[in-house]
Ligand binder design. Structure first.
Ligand code: P6P
Length: 332
């Protein structure tokens, strides 16, 4: 008999965190239903508005954000939330010994794929917060390195609705049974193969990449005729959750690196609610994540919506990329 998510969390997490994660996953089940219904409910398409990233918001982006805010605010252990879709933090209740967590999320990652029926997802990160006396959480409370996360993961709305997350003791997988509404454990301790023959990157940006990334991809493209001595395959779904889930399940390496199109921008993806949670999931599954300077989880945040270069997945490939970047910094 498969373990249910509620049973798993009751055993693996303290009650406050279990309550928060159950509330968050309840929201994701509701989002899954809406994503499946799509155009039937006339919730596809874009709004007139833009989010803090300057990106056009999709109706489902905002609807998903509101569902998460409403559901998670019921969890007594939650002090405040932050979202890709909101400029500033969303206080819920004063920080106390009970209200001891901060929740960050990208409510619907990959939303450019919503209107073309390609898998999308919700990414989430939970950070601890403490206070000597009851006080409202501040943005500064959120600016913690990813290494501090107490829980992190994602839900992919694909052919199945699948939850992949970690509490710091391995990465586990639950699948939503659409008939019963139960989340059932379908994998206990994910292990990402250290080696791979598959890379994921938006190759249309090749001319803009830094030399170490360009050299790495050229070596992959050279296949068995080059220094890698094996042929590679490429995938790019343009939905981070879907690309990362494939890597979690069968290995691979995902890159959205810095590029020269916007030299002052470290990357496209956001550190706090995209890179950090995915990096924790990967590390807990034997993979790795690198931001061009060091492990993603060691990055010291300076802003809630800061962007970062992301190279994550099979450990041997991430290590190869890290060594290439470090070699490029050595004096000639
Ligand atoms: P590009 C989706 O918009 C997203 O934030 C990630 O989910 C995805 O990996 C990336 O951007 C795709 O970016 O430039 O290939 O469209």
């Amino acid at each position: 008999m498969a373990v249910t998510l509620q049973t798993y969390l009751a055993d693996a997490a303290e009650p406050g965190l279990a309550g928060l994660l159950n509330a968050m996953v309840d929201a994701c089940a509701a989002i899954s239903t809406l994503v499946r219904r799509g155009a039937v409910d006339e919730i596809m398409g874009a709004l007139e508005s833009e989010n803090v990233q300057g990106e056009v918001q999709k109706k489902l982006d905002v609807i998903s954000n509101d569902i998460l805010l409403e559901s998670c605010a019921k969890a007594p252990a939650l002090a405040a939330m932050a979202s890709e879709e909101m400029d500033s933090i969303h206080p819920v209740r004063p920080v106390t010994a009970e209200a001891r967590y901060l929740l960050l999320f990208d409510p619907l990652d990959g939303s450019s794929n919503i209107d073309v029926n390609v898998s999308i997802g919700t990414i989430f990160s939970v950070l601890p917060v403490t206070a000597d006396a009851a006080r409202e959480a501040t943005e500064a409370d959120f600016l913690q390195p990813g290494r501090n996360q107490v829980a992190a993961g994602y839900v992919v709305y694909g052919p199945q609705t699948t939850l992949v997350f970690t509490l710091g003791d391995g990465t586990t997988v639950f699948t939503l049974d659409p008939v019963t509404g139960e989340w059932l454990q379908t994998a206990e301790k994910v292990q990402v193969p250290a080696e791979t023959k598959e890379f994921a990157i938006n190759a249309s940006n090749m001319r803009h990449w830094a030399p170490p990334v360009r050299a790495y991809i050229e070596d992959c493209l050279a296949g068995e005729t080059g220094c890698r001595g094996k042929n590679f395959n490429m995938r790019w779904i343009a939905s981070m959750v879907a690309d990362v889930h494939r890597i979690a399940m069968r290995g691979g390496v995902f890159l959205y690196p810095w590029d020269a199109r916007e030299p002052d921008r470290a990357g496209k993806l956001r550190l706090m609610y995209e890179a950090n949670p995915m990096a924790m999931v990967m590390e807990q599954a034997g993979g790795a994540s690198y931001d061009g300077f060091g492990p993603t989880l060691d990055a010291k945040p300076t802003g809630l919506h800061q962007r970062v270069s992301v190279m994550l997945g099979s450990a041997a490939e991430v290590e190869r990329l890290q060594k290439a970047h470090e070699a490029a910094l050595q004096p000639a």
